[in-house]
Design a protein around this ligand. Structure first.
Ligand SMILES: [Zn+2]
Length: 287
């Protein structure tokens, strides 16, 4: 098997079986993150993933060389019970396995997103907010599954206006800030400041692991730090690089507004504020 190496900031990454486009995009992102987030190398694991061609594969640079193939479900379940079905600026859908539940967080933009998962196997889908890159996939989800769809009430109502067919799915709503249960799993929520109806961050606590999913927010306060402090896994957006102006996408547009999106640099500042924790996993996404 051919192996080659890429320079990515201060570490060398070897790659096995990776297609060029995937490797280049990953290397570029890794470089950006390492430059501004050197602390992550010491205390956290960072997974980066893009869904360009190898959407069922992920790259783990914690060990520098390991390359996971998520299509082998035993590896997937043992090593990385999170995978990104969609993970770009334009759409996001993350799958998290807990001790008892198979969950999706957000559901991407197109029919293609859910083409990569077995919908009948999904216990619940947590929707964060009503922006289409997070909820459009609802239109294509089969209506005859056991799946429960979870959202706060204002978000669910906004989704019904945009995607009427979503009314045919089974919904469970909650009041943002309140805790609730899905089967035996505790779910905690806090509001996030974002330019939508009512964005929310989720924390799943299955008594073994706490997983936080927190995307699309332009600023934070102590309550977001507190929400994440004990978490074992944190999925957080790193939507754009403040140091790289792109002609067609100026910073203002990427940030969208004061409450729009988090940059790589801001995501790193957030992570640095957390109490260090052994084996915490940080997933930068939506980038
Ligand atoms: Zn949004």
């Amino acid at each position: 098997m051919e192996q080659s190496s890429l320079d990515a900031g201060k570490i060398k990454l070897r790659r096995d079986r990776m297609e060029d486009i995937y490797a280049h995009i990953c290397a570029d992102t890794v470089k950006g993150i390492l430059e501004f987030a050197p602390s992550l190398q010491k205390v956290n694991r960072v997974y980066l993933e893009k869904n360009i061609k190898n959407r069922l594969k992920s790259f783990d640079y914690r060990l520098g060389t390991r390359f996971l193939d998520y299509s082998k479900s035993s590896i997937f379940k043992a090593v990385a019970p999170i995978r990104f079905i969609e993970n770009t600026k334009h759409a996001i859908c993350a799958q998290i396995l807990t001790r008892s539940l198979n969950c999706l967080f957000d559901i991407g933009l197109t029919k293609e997103s859910i083409g990569y998962i077995d919908c009948c196997d999904i216990d619940c889908v947590f929707i964060t907010h009503d922006h289409l890159d997070h909820c459009s996939g609802l239109e294509f989800f089969p209506q005859d599954t056991k799946t429960i769809f979870v959202a706060n009430k204002p978000t669910r109502d906004a989704i019904f206006k945009q995607i009427p067919v979503a009314k045919k799915l089974k919904w469970q709503t909650f009041k943002t800030g309140e805790d609730f249960k899905i089967q035996d799993m505790a779910v905690l929520t806090i509001p996030l400041k974002h330019d939508c109806i009512e964005n929310v961050a989720y924390k799943l606590n299955d008594e073994m692991l706490q997983s936080v999913y927190m995307v699309d927010f332009g600023e934070w306060s102590e309550s977001e730090i507190e929400f994440c402090n004990e978490a074992d896994r944190i999925i957080i957006e790193a939507y754009y690089d403040e140091t790289k102006p792109i002609k067609k996408s100026p910073l203002e547009l990427r940030r969208r507004s004061f409450h729009g999106h988090l940059s790589i640099q801001a995501a790193n500042e957030f992570i640095k504020k957390l109490t260090p924790k052994t084996d915490r996993e940080i997933y930068f996404c939506h980038c």
